[in-house]
Design a binder for this molecule. Structure first.
Ligand code: PGA
Ligand code: ZN
Length: 423
């Protein structure tokens, strides 16, 4: 089925910042829209997000964050080369690479390439009369991923009220996805009540829907979440475990890890020990970005002495990038990769990264960004690629619940199995 139109336009993300949307129209009159997310604690090695910088006119109100150049690249550079083609995701992605062969899509912007690539996935699925998830996995039982849900936020997502970025929960004892989400929603509510009872500022909701309560130590934040889990009658460590996103690049300065809230500074070696102690002291089953994005040595050191079967998850370290993943596999720097399509820039290449990770027995965690949209394609990608885990933020905010709700729907309507990588 032929592509008859492509339209790029500027919309808003969940932080009220501009982002890119693309709309593909096919010969049968159907149109397929995708909007791209955007990070705040972005890694240096991510695909390039094109923003306008200083600009005059209406878009000047966006403080340089408007994306009119990326949008114009869709309408003026991408549109002429894909219009008239039979819709095919692989072919569209190849055309995008031909248009911009730079490693990080610095010329036309990864926000424009991903928007077109995603809209093409949706349109291609439609042309085969399939849902997006069944486009990626046409037959067989679908694997519904284990969710990782944000309860407390700090770092770049909550005005640095806490040094690390996320304290999350993983409902490792849940028997279904719907049970996992029910537990998470209960714990999120319980945490807000607990905070209130302790006189904390619980109305401060962070970028990913978690509570932006200030804590001056990581231990205190973990203890707080453990208390919240216990208060709803769930067993910590057996039914619900903890996960942390340290987002250490954010506080790595002059070769030191500087925890401002705790008023402490650590060398790489000392911080490896700090992380080992955390993992020993708390029921933590997954730890993301415990070290800075280019501090490979600390990652390798930690991987060698990590105290229990722990998921060592690379986000800023790996940036959904094939060569960085290959390096991590060779160096044994991690054992799991966060998968963010907009760190990569293309749907097909993101899927390659997932496949490569699985071949190397790395776990894969498909992830949203802190600046999200109401789109739910991420849920279909996570299931269609059999990722095993998904991280979307908290249970608050429609840009978060659109993904959880799509997974709840898939669990009901499809032949599927709820995955538990931590069993
Ligand atoms: P970001 O945060 O989207 O701001 O990068 C998400 C994460 O670090 O996992
Ligand atoms: Zn992260």
């Amino acid at each position: 089925m032929k592509i008859v139109d492509l339209l790029g336009y500027q919309v808003l993300d969940s932080r009220g910042r501009p982002t890119v949307a693309a709309r593909i129209t096919l010969a049968d009159g159907s149109s397929h829209v995708a909007k791209v997310p955007s990070g705040a604690s972005t890694g240096q090695h991510e695909a390039a997000e094109l923003r306008d910088g200083k600009i005059t006119g209406t878009n000047s109100y966006y403080s340089g964050l408007s994306v009119t150049n990326a949008v114009s690249n869709i309408n003026n550079k991408i549109k002429p080369v894909i219009i008239g083609l039979d819709i095919n995701l692989n072919q569209v992605d190849s055309k995008l690479i031909e248009l911009d062969s730079s490693e990080r899509f610095t010329n036309i912007g990864a926000n424009s390439t991903l928007a077109v690539s995603l809209a093409s996935s949706l349109a291609h699925a439609h042309s085969q009369q399939k849902s997006l998830v069944r486009f990626f996995q046409p037959n067989g039982k679908l694997m519904i991923p284990m969710p990782m849900i944000n309860i407390l936020s700090g770092g770049a997502h909550a005005n640095r009220g806490m040094d690390i970025q996320d304290v999350l929960i993983i409902p490792i004892g849940a028997k279904s996805f719907s049970e996992a989400i029910a537990w998470a929603a209960g714990i999120r509510e319980a945490a807000a009540k607990l905070g209130q009872a302790k006189g904390m500022l619980t109305h401060l909701v962070a970028d990913e829907g978690g509570l932006g309560i200030a804590f001056n130590s990581v231990n205190a934040a973990c203890e707080f979440v453990i208390e919240a889990i216990g208060s709803v009658g769930l067993k910590v460590g057996q039914e619900v475990s903890l996960a942390l996103d340290i987002a250490a690049t954010q506080f790595f300065s002059e070769n030191n890890y500087v925890l401002a809230s705790a008023n402490k500074s650590y060398s790489g070696k000392e911080f490896v020990q700090f992380i080992v102690n955390l993992v020993n002291d708390f029921p933590i089953v997954s730890i993301e970005d415990p070290f800075a994005e280019d501090d490979w040595q600390s990652w390798i050191d930690f991987n060698q002495i990590a105290p229990k079967p722990i998921q060592i998850l690379g986000d800023d370290l790996l940036t959904t990038n094939l060569s960085r993943l290959e390096r991590a596999i060779l160096d044994k720097a991690a054992n799991a990769i966060l998968i963010k399509p907009n760190q990569n820039g293309l749907v097909t290449n993101t899927e390659h990264v997932v496949r490569k990770a699985k071949e190397a027995r790395f776990r894969t965690v498909v992830s949203a960004r802190s600046g999200e949209t109401e789109d739910s394609w991420l849920a279909d990608l996570a299931v269609g690629w059999g990722a095993g885990q998904i991280k979307v933020g908290s249970t608050h905010g429609s840009e978060r619940t659109s993904k959880w709700n799509r997974l709840l729907e898939l669990e009901l309507i499809e032949d599927c199995e709820f995955v538990n990588p931590f069993a």
